[in-house]
Each structure stands twice: as structure tokens, then as C-alpha cells.
Design a protein around this ligand. Sequence first.
Ligand code: T3D
Length: 266
Amino acid sequence: MNKSDNSVLVESEAGVRTITLHRPDVLNAFNADLMAALGEAVREAEEDKAVRCVLLTGAGRAFCSGQDLAEYAGRLDSDDPLDLESRLRDEYNPIIAMIRKMEKPIVASVNGVAAGAGCSLALVCDLRIAGESASFIQAFINIGLVPDCGSTFMLPRLVGVSRAMELTFTGRRVKASEALEMGLVNRVVPDQELPGEAMGLAQQLANMPTRAIGLTKRMINAAWTADLQAQLELEATLQTLATRTDDHREGIRAFFGKRRPQFKGH
Ligand code: T3D
């Protein structure tokens, strides 16, 4: 499957669905069309059983520069200002929630700057692999806004409260090397190797037991707000579901057959 509307490119290869934000002239800034197309692409990836890993990246030299400030500023003092509250509630937040709830892995391949809501988008993905020239900016404060699209949830969990405060209060740029040190990204690779490395990681994940990854993601999400007892209960319940998958049986057979397992994702 290869699909493109103007603002998002969608490609499929061997269980990996690649979604590319595609407004390179404005560093892939979010306007209404891009958000709608991204929402549709994420929903399709979630529903398509053939998709076992999602790879999210940006076209050109940026991952995503956040809200389209030209679109926004043009209406700021007009009779028809952009209603950020309903835009967040109705358009952005459902996509963020869908990414966190999707029971398959989603990897951000951060190919350049990720700023504002673009930074939030990278943070809500499950894993982040970055090119050496990538950077992360909690840019909201630089224009007098507060973080949104999940940054206040994800950032302190990824880097700790103290660093999260510093990054959101100062709006400074964090280079890829520093992002790696603080646990903001999983891996940094030379820019020219990023597409291949990111696809390699996505394919590795797409060949894993997808149901077990999805259930693990559900548990790690739940652990952020649960106590130990609740988490132990959830582990017992979801382990039971995992034991009923074909991939579990294949894993056991492969172990005793002394061969590599061939997981099918169900
Ligand atoms: O809608 C909602 O309610 C959701 C709310 C979301 C809130 C936010 O996301 S707030 C944060 C919004 N984003 C920003 O404040 C970032 C703005 N951009 C920048 O600070 C810089 O562009 C970067 C640090 C990201 C990159 O800098 P640099 O020097 O590499 O590139 P540049 O020259 O600034 O940008 C290149 C072009 O992209 C330029 O256009 P031009 O001059 O070539 O015609 C620039 O205007 C355009 N561009 C970059 N970011 C945006 C943008 N155009 C519209 N909106 C942008 N966010």
C-alpha cells in the first residue's frame, strides 16, 4: 500500500507502515489538513492487522515544527481566531491518545528538529531513533504558550521532573547527543544512516510477537497511574491472554526445536 495526500505520505513494507509528515517548506508544521491526514493514517495503521509496526518521520530537513504559526497568527486578532481549545480537544488529543493506546509499536524516526507539538508527537511514540542533526525544542514557552499534545505527561516520565521543568521553562534546543544522554531518545545514528536504521528497527519489531508487544504497552501505560497490587493483577490477566496466542506456541516450539521462531503477530 502506497498512499499520499498532499500533507502525509503512507507506505507499507513487510509489516511496517511508514507515515511521513509532508509539508517540508514549513518544516512539517501542523495545519488542519496535516492533522486530519495524520489522524486518518494512524487510525488505518491501527485497524490494519497486516501492520505490525508504525514508523513516523518527517519529509525534508525537519521532523515537525509544531503548530503552523502562519495559519494561527493570520487569525489571531481577526473576527475568526483559531479556537485552540477545540482544535486540541477534537483534533490533536484524539491522535495522541490513539498513538498511546495502539497495541502495536510506533517508532519516531526523528530526522531533524522536533519543536512544540512536533516535539510532543515524537515523545508520545514508543521509541525514538534520531539522526545526529536532530533536535528537540519545547518551543511553546518561546511564544508564550504552555506545552500541549501530551508533553507534560511524557516529558517528566522520560527525563524526570527537574529536566522537564528546565526544558519547558526555557524552550531551549536539545541536540540529539544530549537527548540520548537524558533518555529522551533510544538511539542516535549518523543522519545518512537514519532511514535504514529506523526501518531496520521497525522491521525487527514487526517480526516480534505483536500481541505480546501490544499487551506489554498496555501494561506500561497502566503502570504510570497504578499501584503495585493493581499492576500485579493486570500482569496476571494479560499474561493469560498472551498464553493463548499462536505466537506464544510458536515461541515454545522454536525453543525446543532449537530454531528461530517465526512469529505471525497473532
Ligand atoms: O494547534 C494547536 O492548538 C496545537 C498547539 C500547538 C502549539 C505549538 O506547537 S506551539 C509551537 C509552535 N512552533 C514553534 O514555535 C516553532 C517555530 N519554528 C522555529 O522556532 C524554527 O523554525 C525552528 C527552530 C523549528 C527551525 O529553525 P530553522 O532556522 O532551522 O528554520 P527556519 O528558517 O526558522 O524555518 C524554515 C521555514 O519554515 C521558514 O519559512 P521561510 O522563511 O523559509 O518561508 C519558517 O517560517 C517556516 N516555519 C518553521 N516553523 C514553522 C514555520 N512556519 C509555520 N509554522 C511553524 N511552526
